[in-house]
Ligand binder design. Structure first.
Ligand code: UFG
Length: 328
């Protein structure tokens, strides 16, 4: 494997993947329509701007580069927006996956690592969640990702395209050594919002519900450093290259932190007060989402190495040095 195509490589997680691949000496080509990605986030790779639903565009890219493997991050990923506009999610996420798989089939590329999500589980029956647990998404975003996992299974049977579907829990943090980080418009994720409060860009963070059946009443999430995620993708690609069996893999640390604990960690890291106000629950938030990543650890040899404090410290490094994000 020499040349890796990263779809969605200008986005938050994709750009960290690109930086890792470049650091490891791979030739990287990014395809991204820049709908939510940032040109400046692409470090050490060639960028081709276009849409995965544009067959002519992909044909050009796959003709220009001799692609050995694909990693697909390209998707819309806002849960609330997906409920309000499911067609937007099914069109972009699923038709985009169909586009890239079609190009792979036409050009004999037989390995793909796919960016899936804990949202495929919906409201889990137990914690920590294992890959064999019931998948029953409660929003179109999770449903679109689960549909693509199904498509990947069929494509393996029909065309011999092998896949790893990586179900992330809460991706967070940044890579301070490369100068990339999280920059979403609008921002809905807890850690960037909390850090925007620390920067004085917001006057408080709303805690969405403190009456959940959890130790302090606020939701528990499994935060995973974006660099640990990127490392898992590389291991997954190498695993597929060695003939490993396709399937889903959870990626999380296995520890659940509450919204209140997260805010306290951010107060400790930043030294800022970060005012917090309890607000009503946000629709569709499960009380707890905690991964068992035993399969990824045993099968891929992956281990998350960065803890919550490191996640928040690296995110703080990014947000405090780039208060306007990429400024585009
Ligand atoms: N939260 C707040 N206040 C905020 C923002 C978030 O209290 O201003 C809470 C949420 O209610 C939730 C926790 O902080 O309990 C984390 O929320 P995020 O929005 O940061 O992340 P989610 O757990 O909702 O979503 C993440 C990914 C999704 C993915 C989902 C899988 O961002 O893409 O995990 O369940 F679908």
């Amino acid at each position: 494997m020499k040349t890796i195509l990263v779809a969605g490589g200008a986005g938050y997680i994709g750009s960290h993947m690109v930086a890792l691949l470049a650091e490891k000496g791979y030739d990287v080509v990014v395809v991204d329509n820049l709908a939510t990605g940032h040109r400046q986030a692409v470090k050490g790779a060639q960028l081709r701007v276009g849409d995965l639903r544009d067959a002519d565009f992909l044909e050009q890219v796959f003709t220009e580069f001799s692609v050995d493997g694909v990693i697909n991050f390209a998707a819309f990923s806002l849960v609330g927006e997906s409920v309000a506009d499911p067609l937007k999610y099914y069109d972009n996420n699923i038709a985009g996956a169909v586009g890239i798989l079609t190009a792979m089939k036409n050009h004999g590329v037989n390995k793909i690592v796919f960016s899936s999500t804990a949202a495929t589980y919906g409201e889990p029956e137990k914690q920590p969640i294992e890959e064999s647990d019931r998948t029953d998404p409660i929003n179109p975003y999770g449903a679109s990702k689960l549909a693509i996992e199904g498509l990947l299974r069929w494509c393996e049977g029909a065309y011999g395209i092998h896949y790893a579907a990586l179900r992330y829990f809460n991706a967070a943090g940044a890579d301070p050594t490369v100068g990339i980080g999280e920059d979403h418009h609008p921002e809905t994720h807890l850690i960037p919002i909390v850090l925007q409060c620390a920067l004085g860009k917001r006057d408080h963070v709303g805690i969405f519900g403190d009456d959940y059946p959890t130790p302090d009443g606020t939701c528990l999430r499994d935060y995973i450093h974006v660099r640990d995620l990127a490392e898992a993708h590389l291991l997954a690609l190498e695993y597929l290259d060695k003939g490993g069996q396709s399937g889903p893999f959870n990626l999380g640390c296995g520890d659940g932190y509450s919204v209140k604990e997260l805010i306290d960690t951010a107060r400790a890291v930043t030294g800022k007060p970060i005012p917090a106000v309890v607000e009503p629950r946000r629709a569709g938030d499960p009380p707890a989402l905690i991964a068992s990543s035993q399969k990824a650890q045993e099968v891929l040899g992956w281990k998350p190495r960065r803890d919550l404090r490191q996640i928040v410290a690296d995110a703080w490094d990014w947000h405090s040095s780039h208060p306007e994000g990429y400024g585009d």
